[in-house]
Each structure stands twice: as structure tokens, then as C-alpha cells.
Design a protein around this ligand. Structure first.
Ligand SMILES: Nc1ncnc2c1ncn2[C@@H]1O[C@H](COP(=O)(O)OP(=O)(O)OP(=O)(O)O)[C@@H](O)[C@H]1O
Ligand SMILES: [Mg+2]
Length: 456
């Protein structure tokens, strides 16, 4: 079994979903990283600003004592921070604390020229708990170090909750986007593939009897157009091949008619009546075969113009008149029952005449002597040929339409008549059916499509 690749639609849906997922994960990672780096910078800036603010408020009293006059809001924020925010002013040389707020700060960092950022862990080794900034102040009391420390937990908690909320609430923003994208792709692909479905239906109708069908190139997506072009030109070549074959059969049949006529004329001059009659019969059945072969070729090439019209009543009468002498010779009668009004169909009158003629010939052949063959026209567009013969058994009703098929090979007849009838009806977009006649016999019926219906 050939393993089919998955449907384009399915492939696109999977790929788009994956791409969107990757895009969302990447966007979130970037946001997460960015948020972290920004908060870190913000925290450090804040700590340095705090340290400088405190430095600006440091006053050295004449007695050497130090006071820090912070604005009340700032003082309150240190008091209410529950240990997460603290500061201290200490002597650089001895490290002695001269002023402080909140819990005790960690050891002073090595100071350089400018402000200094550091991390300290008041509880010994383990994760960093405090973030600190230190600045120097040169005062009459000596060099002072101002340290401001803040616990990272507040910042971390805030970051985490922000990111979590963002992921929970904002994360869903990706879902409608993905959904909209899938929906748009789905509709686009479905719409683009619609012409392909139509094309497949049309291609399914192409067969040996309908080689003139071409796939329409209008409204076909540009990607598929080369395929449609290729199929159409392949069909052109196939049709040309068929035509050559058909023409050959028609030409051969046509060319054989004259020598056969000459042969018959010669045979008729033979002195022995027994041999003469046997040979004439053979030549006649050969002539019939040639005529039927020509009719097959013509039926295959038949195309009906939209404006061609034929009246089934008139055709029934014509066939009846044409075959009446033959019927008389065979001691049978032909009855034509016309429809009350003209039965106009889009059809090639000559071809339909031939189809009906074949059916009536068959009926005359199979009907017993002294019976009547009925040609009945029924509105809106049907013609029936009824006989009182043996009828056609149900199991043979498909086979009798095959070329060269005959119930009795010994009897004369080429076995092409019903194949010609079927071909002609196909060309008209109609059908031929066989059934039982009430009271015994066969009914062959021709059904034409409603005016304007599609035909091959
Ligand atoms: N009205 C009928 N009643 C019974 N059998 C029929 C009838 N018409 C056709 N058949 C059967 O169908 C077969 C095929 O008919 P078809 O007309 O195709 O060929 P044919 O009459 O033998 O040859 P030809 O090409 O000369 O008409 C016949 O040989 C016959 O057995
Ligand atoms: Mg026949």
C-alpha cells in the first residue's frame, strides 16, 4: 500500500501551531530576561539614590555626634519595612556604627572612589538575601560610609507575582492569535483547494466516450495551473490518437463498401443458384458489418450542437416508413404511436434516426411473424420500441450493449447495433434501457435529457 503524505491542511495546522508556540515561548523568555535585568538595574539605582539621599542629610554635630535628618516619609518607610530596608552610617576607619535605622546592616564593602554595590548575607552562607549600596562621605569626624540595604525578597516576590499574572492573563493573548491564524489558514486553504475538487469531479467524467472534456483553467490557483495545463495537453494528445483510430475505422469501412458492392455484383452472376445464394448472404452480412462499423465510428465522433433540434414524433414516423417494406417482407407490422404534441429534443436527427432504426430492426428480427412492433413516443423526451419476441433476460441486459455481442453467433448480425444506440444516446447526454413488455417481449427505451442539460 502506498503511504500517503498527510493532508496539506493538517500539515499547515501542525506547523503553524508549532511556530506560534515557539514564538510565544521565545517572546516570554525574552520578556522574563528583560524584566529581570531591568528590575536589577532599578533596584541598584534605587539603593544608590537612597544612599546619596541619606548622605545629603548627614550632619556632624560639634560634639562629633552624627544625626541623619530624613524626611518623615522616608523615616516611616524604614520603620515600617519590617527589616527589609535598613541603613547605617559608620566610620570607615573603625567600622563603628554612628547612626542606623532598621535591623543592623552587614559589613561595609571595600570602598573605591564612587558608590559601591554589594550583596550581603546576614545569616552566613546561603542565598543572597540583602542587596546593598554604599557611598562615602568625608566629614570633620572622618571618612564615613553610608550603607543602604534592602532584602531581595520583596523585589523577587513582586517580580514573580507580576510575571505570573502576566503569564496567566496575558499568556492567553497568544491563544486567540493562534486560533485566528489557524482559522484564516483553514479557510484560505479550503477555498484554494475548492477548484481542485471541482477539477477532480470533471476529470472523473473523462473516459473513452468523452475525450473532448477539458479541465477549465479559469479560477484555478496559479500553483496548480501547470498540472491542469499538462493534463489538458495530455488529453489533447489522447483525443488526437482516438481520432486517428476512429478515422481509420471509418475510412476502412468506407473504402470497403465499393469493392463489396462490386463483389456482390459478380457473385450475382454465378450460375449455380445454391452457391450464389450462400455467397450473396455472406456478402450481405459483410456489407452490414461494414455499414455498422462506419456507424460506430460516426457515433463515436458525434457531437451535438446546442441549437440542433429534432422531433421524436417525426423520427418515429420516418423510421416506420423506412422499415415498413422490410417489415412486410418479414411478415411483421410496424405501428407508430406519436405523442400528442411535437416532442422536441436537442439532438442530431440523423443519429437518433439511426438509433431508432437499429432498435426497430432488432425488434423485427426477434418478433414472431404476424406480430406488430410498436414505436411509441412519450412526452417529454422518450421513445420506446416494443416487440412480442422472447425478450431479453435480466442477466443479459448489460451484455447486449457490448460491441460484437450476440446471443446466437450463427445468426446474421454484427452485434454492433445496440453499441451504436448506446454511443448515440451518450453523445446526447441520454440513456438507453431495456425492459419487459407486459404480455411478453422486449421494450427498448431511449430517454433524452431535459432541454439544456449537460451532454458529453
Ligand atoms: N428486441 C430484442 N429482443 C431480444 N433480443 C434482442 C433484441 N434486440 C437485441 N437483442 C439481443 O441483443 C444482441 C445484440 O444486438 P445488436 O443489435 O447489438 O446486434 P445484432 O442485431 O446481432 O447485430 P447488428 O449490429 O447487425 O444490429 C442480439 O444479438 C440479440 O441477441
Ligand atoms: Mg441489431
Amino acid at each position: 500500500m502506498i503511504r500517503q503524505p498527510p493532508a496539506i491542511l493538517w500539515r499547515i495546522v501542525v506547523r503553524l501551531s508549532l511556530t506560534t508556540l515557539v514564538a510565544i515561548v521565545m517572546a516570554y523568555s525574552w520578556l522574563w530576561w528583560k524584566y529581570h535585568s531591568v528590575t536589577e538595574v532599578m533596584r541598584d539605582t534605587y539603593l544608590i539614590e537612597q544612599a546619596i539621599a541619606i548622605r545629603n542629610q548627614v550632619t556632624v554635630r560639634p560634639d562629633g555626634r552624627i544625626t541623619v535628618d530624613l524626611p518623615p516619609i522616608q523615616t516611616a518607610s524604614y520603620a515600617e519595612s519590617e527589616g527589609s530596608l535598613r541603613f547605617a552610617v559608620r566610620l570607615r576607619s573603625s567600622g563603628a556604627i554612628l547612626a542606623q535605622a532598621g535591623e543592623p546592616v552587614g559589613p561595609a564593602p571595600e570602598m573605591g572612589d564612587g558608590p559601591r554595590l554589594y550583596r550581603s548575607n546576614p545569616d552566613g552562607p546561603g542565598p543572597v538575601l540583602m542587596f546593598g549600596a554604599a557611598v562615602l562621605l568625608t566629614s570633620p569626624a572622618g571618612e564615613l560610609v553610608i550603607q543602604v540595604e534592602e532584602s531581595g525578597s520583596d523585589f523577587d516576590a513582586m517580580t514573580r507575582s507580576l510575571v505570573e499574572r502576566f503569564a496567566k492573563e496575558g499568556g492567553w493573548l497568544g491563544a486567540p492569535f493562534l486560533l485566528a491564524m489557524l482559522l484564516v489558514s483553514l479557510v484560505t486553504i479550503r477555498n484554494s483547494l475548492l477548484p481542485l475538487k471541482r477539477l477532480s469531479e470533471q476529470a472523473a467524467a473523462i473516459g473513452p466516450a468523452s475525450t473532448d472534456i477539458r479541465l477549465p483553467e479559469a479560477q484555478v490557483p496559479r500553483e496548480i495551473l501547470p498540472l491542469v495545463h499538462a493534463v489538458n495537453s495530455a488529453l489533447d494528445r489522447i483525443e488526437a490518437g482516438f481520432r486517428i483510430q476512429r478515422d481509420f475505422t471509418a475510412d476502412a469501412a468506407h473504402e470497403l463498401r465499393t469493392p463489396l458492392a462490386v463483389l456482390r455484383a459478380h457473385v450475382e452472376t454465378l450460375p449455380d443458384p445454391a452457391i450464389r445464394e450462400a455467397l450473396v448472404r455472406d456478402v450481405d452480412s459483410m456489407t452490414r458489418l461494414i455499414a455498422q462499423l462506419l456507424a460506430v465510428a460516426r457515433a463515436e465522433a458525434l457531437t451535438i450542437a446546442m441549437d440542433e433540434q429534432a422531433d421524436l414524433n417525426a423520427i418515429a414516423v420516418d423510421v416506420g416508413t423506412f422499415l415498413a417494406p422490410m417489415a412486410l417482407r418479414q411478415r411483421r407490422m410496424i405501428e407508430v404511436i406519436e405523442a400528442p404534441r411535437p416532442c422536441l429534443v436537442t439532438a442530431n436527427a440523423e443519429a437518433v434516426f439511426n438509433a431508432v432504426r437499429n432498435l426497430v430492426e432488432n425488434a423485427l428480427t426477434h418478433a414472431p411473424s404476424d406480430t406488430t412492433v410498436t414505436v411509441r413516443v412519450e412526452a417529454p423526451a422518450s421513445l420506446l420500441v416494443e416487440d412480442c419476441g422472447p425478450g431479453v433476460p435480466a442477466e443479459l441486459r448489460e451484455r447486449i450493449f457490448q460491441r460484437f455481442w450476440r446471443a446466437e453467433r450463427r445468426k446474421s448480425g454484427s452485434g454492433l447495433g445496440l453499441a451504436i444506440v448506446r454511443e448515440i444516446m451518450l453523445a446526447h447526454g441520454g440513456r438507453v434501457e431495456v425492459g419487459d413488455r407486459p404480455g411478453g417481449g422486449a421494450v427498448f427505451s431511449l430517454h433524452f435529457p431535459d432541454q439544456g442539460a449537460q451532454r458529453r
